[in-house]
Design a protein around this ligand. Structure first.
Ligand code: ADP
Ligand code: MG
Length: 475
């Protein structure tokens, strides 16, 4: 990128900054990368199709103003949209806008679809008011707290809820780890659509539902009925698609349903625990379908968001919770939000039924019990012992104060495995190593990661230990 291009964009940003609020500026303008400037035309790169559409829908006046001020009256903007950010094997793919025909919507041509194979002849029409959508009415946008970790996914969700099937976010694919709010968000979209458009057939299925119905239909020769049912759905939400991995037949049928729904402008929403390109055991053609629309991730919530979620939940249950308790929980529960839910419910239980005050002591007590429950087979004790044996040091030394390298490395390695294989918070891991604090644990995790990069022998040891723990977990 030339210096001139950067300078032009920096000038534009100055103007934009004066015209939008800080939040919008950070979300929508900071991630933009200027790529080219040919006199009148400035080309900027944006991270996704969604991003591009969002800019076009909301910020055209300010963008125009900025570009014309900096480049002159004929100044124009072109976009380079990253549609797939690629990986080590395949480079990123971008699409440029506007192209010859103005804005190209990403309606893919459908060379491989099996359109006529399953045309629904005779079917019982579904009545949208009586179809069981399988939605949980408690999962709403209203109680879905927005944070940096989920902003893009949430915005996409809101857009889809307003205009299901008619935005280019079709399918909408949300991905992220356990408990980051995928199910909550997709159900919120479903509930919102049902509320505002009661004549739409909305259906939420998790993968279990889908596979069971499918197997059932297969056994009873009711395949046609199964498909006809799905083809009448206006909004199909398939939660946790990663479980379709390796199920050829189920994927096949889903592929057909997907194509037909998509072709007739019906909205499809899916979630998965990893980005589509990392999904294993999927037919390539199905994976490529997943990328047609918008893929957005949800990340682990940051401290602020966790705090807001805690306060939100407590408020809706009519409970006052002291700030220090909320902060303690936001800081300590670093496994996932589902565990947080458990902790909060337990707190509520103690407060309402046992009439106890919610204070720091109670919070600590509750946390201790819950954390014990969510521990896996691989306990701290087991990890310490295994690592101590492996490096031939004494178990006591794991918790002791000795700072010699021969002891520190096994100790740090054990901490590293505790973080990986137990659900313990950093603070509690530290506690289990002779009362060390969470920053010591963070330091240990970093040291181990660094050593693995530079020391192949050490990396090898970690790999061997990993195998031990893995085999124990699958035993
Ligand atoms: P996932 O499907 O990603 O595993 P869930 O949607 O089941 O996660 O979320 C786990 C719990 O955390 C649920 O109780 C959900 O309501 C809550 N939760 C997650 N994200 C948020 C959020 N942003 N605001 C409020 N609650 C949330
Ligand atoms: Mg879920």
């Amino acid at each position: 990128m030339e210096v001139a291009t950067t300078a032009v964009w920096t000038d534009c940003l100055e103007i934009i900054k004066e015209n939008v609020d800080e939040q919008s500026f950070n979300t929508w303008f900071k991630p933009i990368v200027p790529v080219r400037n040919d006199g009148d035309v400035l080309t900027i790169q944006v991270p996704s199709q969604f991003f591009y559409e969002w800019l076009e829908e909301n910020y055209v006046p300010v963008l125009k103003k900025a570009v014309r001020t900096v480049l002159g009256e004929n100044g124009r903007l072109e976009y380079s949209v990253v549609v797939d950010s690629g990986n080590q094997m395949s480079p990123p793919v971008t699409v440029n806008y506007p192209n010859g025909n103005g804005i190209k919507k990403n309606t893919p041509t459908n060379g491989t679809s099996h359109h006529s194979e399953y045309s629904p002849f005779a079917y019982k029409a579904l009545d949208p008011r009586t179809v069981n959508s399988r939605l949980n009415p408690n999962y709403l946008f209203d109680n879905f707290v927005e944070g940096d970790c989920n902003r893009l996914a949430r915005s996409a969700g809101v857009a889809v809820a307003k205009k299901p099937g008619t935005t280019s976010f079709n399918p909408l694919m949300l991905y992220g780890g356990v408990g980051v709010g995928k199910t909550h968000l997709v159900q919120a979209i479903g509930n919102e659509i049902k509320k505002n458009m009661p004549d739409k057939v909305v259906l939420y299925v998790d993968q279990n539902d889908f596979t069971n119905q499918f197997l059932n239909a297969l056994q009873n020769l009711k395949m046609q009925e199964f498909q006809n049912f799905y083809l009448q759905v206006d909004l199909l939400i398939l939660d946790d698609v990663q479980f379709l991995a390796g199920r050829e037949k189920t994927q096949e049928i889903f592929f057909n349903i997907f194509n037909q729904l998509h072709q007739s402008g019906k909205q499809i929403i899916m979630t998965s625990d990893c980005p589509p390109r990392d999904l294993k055991g999927f037919q390539e053609r199905l994976l490529s379908r997943f990328k047609w629309g918008l893929t957005a991730d949800l990340q682990e919530p940051d401290f602020e968001t966790k705090l807001a979620i805690i306060n939100n939940k407590m408020q809706s249950d009519g409970i006052e919770i002291p700030t220090e308790v909320a902060e303690y929980l936001a800081y300590s529960v670093d496994t996932n939000l589902r565990d947080m839910e458990g902790v909060l419910n337990s707190l509520l239980f103690h407060a309402t039924l046992l009439k106890r005050n919610i204070d720091l002591d109670l919070a600590k007590e509750v946390l201790k019990n819950i954390i014990k429950e969510i521990q896996s087979d691989v306990s701290v004790d087991y990890i310490q012992k295994t690592v101590a044996d492996y490096f031939k040091v004494e178990m006591e030394q794991m918790k002791g104060k000795v700072k010699k390298r021969e002891i520190v490395i096994p100790r740090q390695t054990a901490m590293y495995f505790c973080k990986r294989y137990t659900q313990l918070t950093l603070a509690l891991i530290g506690e289990n190593f002779g009362g060390r604090d969470h920053s010591t644990v963070i330091h240990a995790l970093e040291s181990v990661e660094d050593m693995m990069k530079v020391d192949p022998n050490f990396k090898n040891s970690v790999d061997e230990l990993t195998k031990k723990f893995k085999s124990r977990m699958s035993a």
